[in-house]
Design a protein around this ligand. Structure first.
Ligand SMILES: Nc1ncnc2c1ncn2[C@@H]1O[C@H](COP(=O)(O)O)[C@@H](OP(=O)(O)O)[C@H]1O
Ligand SMILES: [Mg+2]
Length: 288
């Protein structure tokens, strides 16, 4: 009998793994409850990581893996003989993004990230397939169906909705929001925030001050496949499978906001922002 996983496309595999890890996380959350947040975080991280590791080893044994929960994979080697620095294909996974929110009762802003980086990719970021599961929201976004999502209606007051970390927002963000006429939307998980840009629930997401490749790879793959802008906050390209997996800042937004937000970021970072600057026009419905 032919093994069905051999014929499974990379994006279908990413979707299945993200969805299965997400269901497992929902079960862990239901079984353990929220009485011991640290224990719940550790159990969730470990369970989702083990599932992704085992399935990737079974279905794509020649590929390397870079996972948040796998200390041995972070620098050069995966620890199982496939070096990610020489591999043609590397799966970049965050088994549980928004770990803090996962441990808090009732919160739905946490995610599972599964992305595939390929050396011969045509794009600067090198990401060729990806899936972001939002288990507590009951949805999975992937690089092949994100484009089909309906855009949420724009708010009638014309204020840009700018997602930011609820626990570690960049220091300059409140001033930047004031400059461009944006309302900050605090949210956990890089994946949940980028998914919110893709679904139209917010217009942009800015982060600075620290992050790693696994925090953004899958959601950036999904967002760019759907035509959204994604870059470093200085406008340079996001790149993945680097020797050092730190990737500390990013901007993901509707396409028409990229130029004005990058200009505002330049002013904030140079310390030359004026608080009475012209508000950025509110985006229309087409993200490109
Ligand atoms: N200053 C920082 N340094 C390192 N990682 C950071 C960071 N700020 C945010 N992150 C990581 O980015 C992800 C999203 O953060 P936030 O919810 O604050 O927006 C989280 O991933 P994990 O939950 O996988 O650890 C968090 O750890
Ligand atoms: Mg993360």
């Amino acid at each position: 009998m032919v093994d069905p996983t051999i014929a499974e496309s990379d994006v279908a595999l990413a979707r299945r793994l993200a969805a299965d890890a997400g269901e497992l996380l929902l079960r862990v959350r239901a079984d353990l409850g929220h009485g011991d947040p640290a224990g719940l975080k550790a159990a969730g991280d470990r369970a989702a990581h083990d599932l992704l590791r085992a399935e990737l080893a079974r279905c794509r044994p020649a590929d390397a893996v870079l996972s948040e929960e796998d200390a041995g994979s972070r620098l050069v080697d995966t620890g199982d003989g496939v070096s990610r620095r020489t591999a043609e294909r590397v799966w970049i996974v965050d088994p549980l993004d928004g770990t803090r929110e996962f441990s808090e009762q009732g919160r739905a802003d946490w995610a599972v990230h599964v992305a595939l980086w390929a050396r011969d990719a045509a794009t600067p970021h090198g990401l060729v397939a990806g899936a972001v599961a939002l288990p507590a929201q009951g949805r999975v976004l992937t690089t092949d169906v994100a484009d089909a999502l309906p855009a949420a209606p724009s708010p009638s007051d014309g204020v840009i909705r700018l997602a930011a970390s609820r626990s570690r927002p960049p220091a300059f963000l409140a001033a930047l929001a004031g400059e461009v006429g944006a309302e900050l939307v605090p949210m956990g998980s890089a994946g949940a925030k980028i998914a919110a840009v893709v679904t139209g629930d917010v217009d942009a997401y800015i982060h600075a001050g620290g992050q790693y490749e696994w925090d953004s790879a899958a959601p950036v793959a999904v967002a760019t496949a759907a035509g959204f802008h994604a870059s470093r906050i200085d406008g340079s390209a996001l790149t993945y499978n680097e020797a050092d997996p730190r990737l500390p800042d990013l901007l993901v937004c509707r396409g028409e906001l990229a130029v004005p937000l990058l200009a505002a970021l330049r002013r904030q970072l140079a310390g030359t922002a004026v608080t009475s600057g012209s508000p950025v026009p509110h985006p229309g419905k087409d993200p490109r």
